[in-house]
Design a protein around this ligand. Structure first.
Ligand code: IYR
Length: 224
């Protein structure tokens, strides 16, 4: 057999068009109830939930199927504290002026600030790394393709899977975030992309009204 012989397509479940519409709407309706959570309780989430959601993330399409992602899953209090301390240090500088007036004005409706207690209270921090290339030595160096796009898709699936499992999430992007390589013991060839904070919302969690303002279909799509 040829080395690259394709396998037959595995048919999707046969549905009526009405069922297809209903399923797409049901998923959309569910995803529209997802909100970024900025106050987490200490309530636990089973590791199996995180594992299943990571398997969903790992199913994402990627450039040349290189799957250029790594998920460092942090639950230990020591590692969470190390991440909180380093992240807050960067955020102090960010909110203290490094972000610039325009960016800070854009964030004002969200009410975010340098204090990040959720990095310690949430049961899981999923630190996402992008593998720009594999291998350290020139002779076994392998480049990956469309790394940003691939990792972005995987993160979208991860957030969707966690939401479907009833888990609250926050995409957190301390800037710069190279400290995550040190805390998570990942090689310098990997670029930290985001932290996905996962857990349950604290009883007093709030959402900024601004977050409910999603663009209508007419504004996000055009048809030719
Ligand atoms: N990393 C900061 C700032 C921040 C930036 C954007 I763009 C956001 O959508 C939200 C926050 C923080 O986490 O506070």
């Amino acid at each position: 057999m040829h080395e690259h012989e394709p396998l037959p397509w595995q048919p999707y479940p046969p549905l009526s068009d009405a069922e297809r519409v209903a399923r797409a709407r049901a998923f959309g309706d569910s995803m529209r109830t997802r909100r970024s959570c900025r106050a987490f309780s200490e309530d636990s989430v089973p590791r199996e939930v995180i594992e299943a959601a990571l398997m969903a993330a790992g199913s994402a399409p990627s450039g040349a199927n290189r799957q250029p992602w790594h998920f460092s899953v942090v639950a230990s209090p020591e590692a969470k504290i190390a991440i909180r301390v380093a992240a807050e240090e960067e955020e102090q500088a960010f909110y203290g002026g490094r972000a610039g007036r325009e960016w800070l004005e854009a964030l004002a409706p969200l009410g975010t600030k340098a204090d990040k207690p959720y990095l310690e209270t949430a049961p899981w921090l999923i630190v996402v790394f992008a593998q720009r290339r594999n291998g350290m030595r020139a002779e076994d160096l392998q480049h990956n393709y469309y790394v940003t796009e691939s990792v972005g898709i995987a993160c979208g699936l991860l957030i969707a899977a966690l939401h479907q499992a009833g888990i609250a999430t926050l995409v957190h992007t301390p800037s710069p975030m190279r400290f995550l390589n040190r805390v998570c013991q990942r090689p310098e060839t990997e670029k930290p992309v985001m932290i996905i904070v996962a857990g349950h919302a604290a009883p007093d969690a709030t959402i900024p009204a601004h977050a409910l303002d999603k663009k209508p279909l007419e504004q996000i799509a055009s048809w030719l």
